[in-house]
Design a protein around this ligand. Structure first.
Ligand code: ADP
Ligand code: MG
Length: 222
């Protein structure tokens, strides 16, 4: 099987600062991967390179078959149709209600109006927020907002979920809801999941791979 993420000797950083040095790794379809590291170690930097928000300094990084080193804006836009991205601070659109936030990637992806509605209803049931479809992000708790962000990330049937500290701001209950969803999409739908976090949950109940960043170097732990 071909890797869904293949990094060969990548260097990442900002201006003259190299944050990730010479990293090489392969992640395969259906894997669940954690990337840990202290604050400031480069976790978000690594993830940003995977969704095309940060150009590589050097090396080769293939995501879903696309070479990021030479990807242009259009390539990245196409790639993102296959990605579900989740941020620590949710990044919902505050002027859109819950339904519209979840629907947005499907509208961009050219889904029919009817399938947008069916999929949105299904996802809202899944995140237990069917009764809040017409609420705006400001009217939801942090945990509820992150569940909406999860639904949005899943709406267009992505191949790969990239999550940046998805439970960093959440209480234990909401964190558990998020981990259950991520575990569910991985084991039941076979979606590849990469989560960067400074703390891996105990008793996740599934097999996962674990990479750790220290002083710019990415190690695989087992
Ligand atoms: N836009 C940026 N410009 C310059 N330096 C940055 C930028 N973003 C992050 N950094 C630096 O890169 C390092 C890694 O940051 P980051 O990837 O956000 O770490 P983490 O997500 O592990 O906390 C930090 O030293 C940070 O200050
Ligand atoms: Mg970060």
């Amino acid at each position: 099987m071909n890797p869904i993420i293949q990094a060969n000797g990548i260097h990442l950083g900002y201006k003259n600062d190299i944050i990730i040095k010479n990293a090489s790794f392969s992640i395969y379809p259906k894997e669940f991967v954690f990337v840990s590291g202290q604050s400031g170690s480069g976790k978000s930097t690594l993830l940003r390179s995977m969704y095309g928000d940060l150009p590589l300094k050097s090396g080769s990084l293939e995501i879903c078959g696309m070479e990021m080193f030479k990807a242009n804006k259009k390539n990245i836009e196409i790639l993102r149709r296959h990605l579900g991205i989740i941020f620590q601070d949710y990044k919902l659109i505050k002027d859109f209600n819950v339904e519209k936030n979840v629907m947005l990637p499907m509208i961009i992806g050219g889904f029919t109006k009817e399938s947008c509605q069916t999929q949105t209803d299904r996802l809202l049931t899944h995140i237990k927020l069917s009764h809040k479809g017409s609420k705006y992000p400001m009217e939801l708790s942090g945990g509820e907002q992150q569940r909406v962000a999860m639904a949005r990330a899943l709406a267009h049937n992505p191949l790969l979920i990239l999550a940046d500290e998805p439970t960093g701001n959440l209480d234990d209950y909401s964190s558990e809801v998020i981990w259950n969803l991520l575990r569910g999409v991985n084991t039941q739908l076979g979606i590849t999941v990469v989560v960067v976090t400074h703390r891996i949950p105990e008793a996740l109940g599934i097999h996962y791979r674990h990479f750790h960043i220290e002083e710019g170097v990415i190690y695989e732990l087992s």
